[in-house]
Design a protein around this ligand. Sequence first.
Ligand code: F6R
Length: 231
Amino acid sequence: MKIIRVATAEQGAEIAAELFVEAADSYPRDPVGLATGGTMAGVYRHLAKTGFTPRCSEAFALDEYFGIPDTHENSYANELNREFSKGLGWNGTIHTPGQGPYAGLHGPEKFEQTIQELGPLSVQLLGLGVNGHIAFNEPGSPFDSKTRVVDLEPSTIQANSVYFADPAEVPNQATSQGLATIAQAKKLILIVFGSAKQAALTKALHSPDETTPLAALNQHSNITLITYLET
Ligand code: F6R
């Protein structure tokens, strides 16, 4: 794993945006992999500032809350439409697990088939949860997992409630790419800011085991971690 130490989240988001552009432009026909949440919002802001527009026509989202429509203010489909598609003036398709053609019982399987058909992704953005989750692969998720519906841990629901007008509305399930799905991307950019994530990052790097989902990825041949936390 390559580690880039930065002084601030702002600087980290700028570097992440540069690495994303470089990776996406190296394989311009391959889809890109997107993540959501507070950390990624900064990366998308920097991407928009550079005037970058992806040359690919497809993107894949890492995850989505279960049971909320794509039009919901807090759906990840809506967030990516706002911050990535509209933010960058890009007209491509974002495939979001659990939404559109990927809703329903066979949706996760169909999403997985589509990513196999159109992938591998040139680059996948990743954040880390306070509890160490990657996408919504909570601690203990199998390293060979594929896209599926998962239960969210109470700590994840609590951490994500800050993004909802009514904290009681945070869904308790999500559809998430699996750790084996994520591992197929050509490049992984992991961005970890916030002292609340220090313990999870330290454990994943220094005592990796089945409770640290990052352990499924930290031997990836092209993974870069951008952080100001202690490593
Ligand atoms: C979201 C995702 C999550 C977040 C993580 C950190 O698509 O995959 O794993 O990256 O929960 O979220 P923030 O950046 O809001 O702290």
